[in-house]
Design a protein around this ligand. Structure first.
Ligand code: ASP
Length: 378
């Protein structure tokens, strides 16, 4: 494993350096009979995945691979790049959780501050890739490109899609001028805010909805059609580093024939955990702090849910609406006014899907929480 703080010599600095962080997913998966999906995610190490790109056999790999080395067979588009690899985790991304997010953000933070690194690639499962991308977009000032990538077929499939996606991600991460948190899949580069997984098994499972892709990678060349995304840091870094967990934000879906029962259960649980009647010493942190309402259409909610939202707000729970519709966010007057908006404190995540609104609200609550010196906490 190569240290990301290692400095290049002047001679090698002419090569652009991409740090590749492995976290698992189908891109690192292997077929297994009897396994739920026919394969198990997170089996092949990141050095081996990079080795496949170099035309080497897994197991023969140094921690650092340099494109153009004699003996290696780098694809033309990768020649002249220096790649280094770090295995951060080996998980199925359905199990992504705060401790790993924090480690990943810390590694990215180090690499962003390291003049020897030009770009970062993260291999990841497709299932929660959009959430990790949005989390990193919301906590890091990504002045360099951070490109997540994935696969829909395991690494040992007869025709795996991972190598092409990984190659495209590296090309994007090495591109001069590129910046922001991005995701490379099936020849497209998506932005962290817009990307959503919209198909369970297609080789191109992502969409950026109305916004469209930021760039395309074809035959080793990058073709950009929109501006590189600017990060929007929502929470001071010290709060991220210190937090043992994110504030608890649950997603409630508004739908036909809905009731407010789940919200009322969460309110009662909060009163039990935070109130005087709760067991002595119960950590209030386990109580729900916020709700994201996955609203219908342009931000509307069922009247039963609207009534329950009022009870939740009275109990001190923050509420944010986001639309269930996948192709665009909430637009127009309902974003900030109107009876439904008033019932929800006027708050709506105008451009975010419910899973990303959950992250946004949790980070906002973390930023505003006690202990943040910027908010007068101790
Ligand atoms: N369940 C896998 C994961 O998210 C799916 C994938 O990688 O595409 O890790």
């Amino acid at each position: 494993m190569t240290s990301i703080t290692e400095k290049n010599t002047g001679a090698s600095r002419a090569m652009r350096h991409v740090l590749v962080l492995g976290t698992g997913g189908t891109i690192a998966g292997c077929r297994r009979e009897g396994a739920a999906q026919g394969y198990v995610a997170g089996q092949v190490g990141i050095a081996a995945l990079l080795g496949e790109l170099q035309g080497q056999l897994p197991g023969e790999l140094p921690g650092e691979l340099t494109g153009g080395e004699p003996g290696g067979r780098p694809p033309a588009a990768l020649a002249g790049l220096r790649l280094s690899a770090q295995q951060i985790a080996q998980i199925d991304s359905k199990d992504m959780a705060w401790p790993l997010w924090r480690v990943l953000a810390q590694r990215c933070m180090q690499a962003l501050a390291d003049d020897a690194v030009d770009g970062i690639v993260i291999t990841h499962g497709s299932d929660t890739l959009e959430e990790t991308a949005f989390f990193l977009h919301s906590v890091l000032d990504a002045r360099k490109p951070i490109v997540l990538t994935c696969a829909m077929r395991p690494a040992d499939a007869p025709a795996p899609d991972g190598p092409q996606n990984l190659r495209d991600a590296i090309i994007a991460a090495a591109a001069p001028g590129a910046r922001g948190v991005l995701a490379a899949c099936a020849g497209r580069l998506h932005g962290a805010v817009e990307i959503s997984k919209v198909h369970p098994w297609r080789l191109d499972p992502f969409s950026s909805g109305d916004a469209g892709a930021i760039a395309y990678v074809h035959a080793g060349a990058l073709r950009r059609v929109r501006a590189w995304p600017a990060s929007a840091v929502r929470c001071p870094w010290t709060r991220i580093e210190q937090a043992a967990a994110l504030p608890r934000v649950e997603i409630i879906c508004s739908h036909a024939d809905a009731g407010g029962h789940l919200i009322d259960l969460l309110v009662r649980e909060r009163e039990r955990l935070c109130g005087t009647g709760g067991p002595a010493g119960t950590p209030a942190a386990h109580a729900v702090d916020g709700l994201v309402i996955a609203a219908t259409g342009n931000g509307t909610v069922h009247q039963s849910i609207e009534a329950a939202i009022g009870r939740a707000r009275a109990a001190g729970i923050a509420v944010l609406r986001a639309t269930r519709c996948g192709e665009a966010g909430i637009a127009g007057p309902r974003t900030g006014q109107g009876a439904q908006a008033d019932a929800c404190d006027g708050r709506c995540a105008s451009e975010l899907s419910p899973v990303k609104a959950r992250i946004a609200l949790a980070l906002d609550l973390l930023a505003a929480g006690p202990g943040n010196p910027e908010n007068g906490g101790s």
